[in-house]
Unconditional design. Structure first.
Length: 256
């Protein structure tokens, strides 16, 4: 089976506060596949997914973004969300005055007076959030509880592409396993895709990622099998991994 591209980025350059963060980036993401994005702090990973989502403060200097074949470069956040793009943040905010149960119903397109279906209740229970439904969203939640809450909200939105900014950051082993397993189940069950930013390899024990890549100094490198990239990063560092793989590729090309 050949997976089609769900997202295509062509020669994308992005400014943040008059500073060029991303430089002529070109890549594509496959439909029905999870992708892992590695990179050191400050390399532009959060800038990339914020730009893909159309968040304010990220100026596209040049290039194009295509989602499911449609040019979304100039579309707003709400338009992109309606098409099936969603994003999670490293630090989900507290939302005072809004109960988690009501927010989840909003994600599902329900009225606050509507009941959850049996299937929806099972999903909430799978995320171990049943007892949190009457609490204000993320108020007093632990790091793992916040991440479980946010990922459940995204899944209830039924996205075609999830942009996940370090879903494994600040969570314990049990929450990581739960979150990653539910992401994998959603991708498999719906044929949707995910772009997962991470500094760790643990999440790949539960997410069957098809591709991985490194974002370094505002540019993409090493679009290939993710676990191999991660092992090279641990041994060589980001720059060493990129240099090693570039030498390997150049050597292979010279032999052809």
């Amino acid at each position: 089976m050949i997976n089609m591209d769900i997202l295509e980025v062509r020669d994308l350059s992005v400014n943040v506060e008059d500073k060029l963060i991303l430089k002529n980036i070109t890549f594509s993401l496959k439909e029905g596949v999870s992708h892992i994005l590695f990179g050191p702090n400050g390399s532009g990973k959060t800038t990339l997914i914020s730009t893909l989502m159309g968040l304010p403060g990220y100026e596209v200097v040049s290039g194009k973004i295509f989602f499911m074949g449609e040019d979304i470069t100039q579309k707003g956040v709400d338009e992109r969300a309606k098409l099936g793009l969603v994003v999670s943040f490293q630090n989900p905010p507290e939302i005072t005055g809004v109960r988690l149960g009501d927010l989840l119903k909003l994600c599902l397109g329900k009225a606050s007076t509507d009941e959850f279906t049996e299937e929806e209740q099972k999903q909430i229970e799978a995320f171990k959030l049943t007892s949190f439904l009457n609490r204000e969203t993320n108020v007093g939640f632990s790091g793992g509880e916040r991440k479980r809450s946010e990922i459940l909200q995204l899944i209830f939105l039924k996205p075609k592409l999830m942009l996940l900014d370090e879903p494994d950051s600040g969570v314990d082993v049990e929450s990581l396993r739960l979150i990653a397993s539910e992401i994998q189940h959603y991708v498999e069950a719906t044929g949707s895709s995910a772009l997962i930013i991470t500094h760790k390899g643990d999440i790949m024990e539960h997410v069957k990622a098809g591709y991985g890549c490194i974002l370094l100094q505002g540019q993409f490198h090493c679009f290939t099998e993710p676990m191999g990239i991660y092992e090279d990063i641990k041994k060589l560092g980001y720059e060493g991994c990129v240099a090693c793989r570039m030498r390997t590729r150049e050597g292979w090309q010279s032999e052809q």
